[in-house]
Design a protein around this ligand. Structure first.
Ligand SMILES: [Zn+2]
Length: 322
């Protein structure tokens, strides 16, 4: 009998982690970081559900830190198995876990300054850049819809979740000793239909057990079709009075959506071609990874890319995006 235990993102948000025991092996689904008040998060993040040395494999649904942020800790504390992910998730993890490690190191520096001042013992960062590199070295990529072996009698495949570049649900098929098969599906975070660049979520596979995210389940959101005309209107108005537009945007996902929309508006002539500058190394690196993964694009993005050469333009020498 397989056994499932929830260690995070259950009756709370962030820290997504589920432990599956199947055919005598421990398999972790997602390994997310708790994000909340500093002291509480540090305590929650330092605790493992079991000795990492005993974990056979990890499967991650997508690269957001609340689903992957504890992978470096797991690797540092002795987990030596494979971390399965889609190709785009693996590549995004390479930059996002490095960024997360940098934040942990900076955070420890900041706290230690204060602690030294108050004669308190210094603390170590939750993990370092070296731990993040180690975790990425253990990642193995499988594209959506291709079965891969996780352990003896346990196979899995990813299916499109439409939530961020590379995001996927996970279908796990467990063949027990008596030959009986059970299917467990973990949705990860599920995206909205019709969001730009990415393909829509795939229909859920048939299953015996379903782990489903529901964070924004009860909320209505603005129609996606209105977003591009609204952006065009703001830019047009600002251009008319020779102004500048500064847009705060998440580095991974939101920035690329904005660049994609602007490039479409420039190409169609709805807006005059304007210089676009991305003032964030993480966002510039993430944009490079979007360029590397056209397999994640929807039909419109592929069409646009084939006409224009690149859906997100090219990187200029000054580091801006054109
Ligand atoms: Zn997410």
């Amino acid at each position: 009998m397989a056994k499932l235990t929830f260690y995070g993102a259950a009756r709370q948000v962030t820290g997504s982690m589920h432990l599956l025991e199947a055919n005598g092996k421990l398999i972790v689904l997602d390994c997310g970081m708790f994000q909340g008040r500093r002291a509480e998060s540090r305590e929650l993040n330092s605790r493992h559900p079991c000795d990492p040395k005993t974990i056979h494999a990890v499967i991650v649904s997508h690269a957001h830190i609340d689903h992957t942020g504890r992978l470096p800790l797991l690797a540092r504390d002795g987990f030596a198995g494979v971390i399965h992910a889609t190709p785009a998730t693996r590549d995004l993890c390479a930059i996002m876990l490095a960024d997360s490690a940098h934040i942990q190191e900076e955070d420890a520096l900041f706290l230690n300054k204060r602690r030294r001042h108050q004669d308190e013992p210094v603390i170590e960062p939750l993990y370092t850049a070296a731990d993040a590199v180690q975790a990425v070295a253990q990642m193995q990529a499988s594209p959506c819809q291709r079965w891969f072996k996780v352990a003896s009698g346990v196979h899995a495949r990813f299916f499109e979740a439409g939530h961020m570049l590379g995001s996927a649900g996970i279908e796990v098929e467990i063949t027990e000793a008596n030959g009986r098969k059970k299917v467990l599906v973990f949705t990860g975070d599920v995206g909205r239909w019709g969001i730009p660049i990415l393909r829509d979520p795939a229909p859920l596979p048939e299953c015996d057990y379903l782990i489903c995210e529901s964070t924004y389940g009860g909320r209505n959101t603005d129609a996606i079709a209105d977003l591009k005309p609204k952006l065009a209107e703001v830019v047009r108005r600002t251009v008319a009075r020779r102004g500048r537009i500064i847009i705060p945007a998440f580095s991974v996902g939101r920035t690329q959506t904005l660049v994609y929309y602007l490039r479409q508006l420039f190409t169609s002539g709805e807006l005059p071609a304007l210089p676009v500058y991305i003032d964030s190394p993480l966002a510039v690196n993430a944009t490079e990874i979007f360029r590397l993964h056209p397999e994640c694009y929807d039909h419109d993005a592929r069409e646009f890319g084939s006409h224009t050469g690149s859906i997100l333009g090219s990187r200029s020498r000054s580091g801006g995006e054109k």
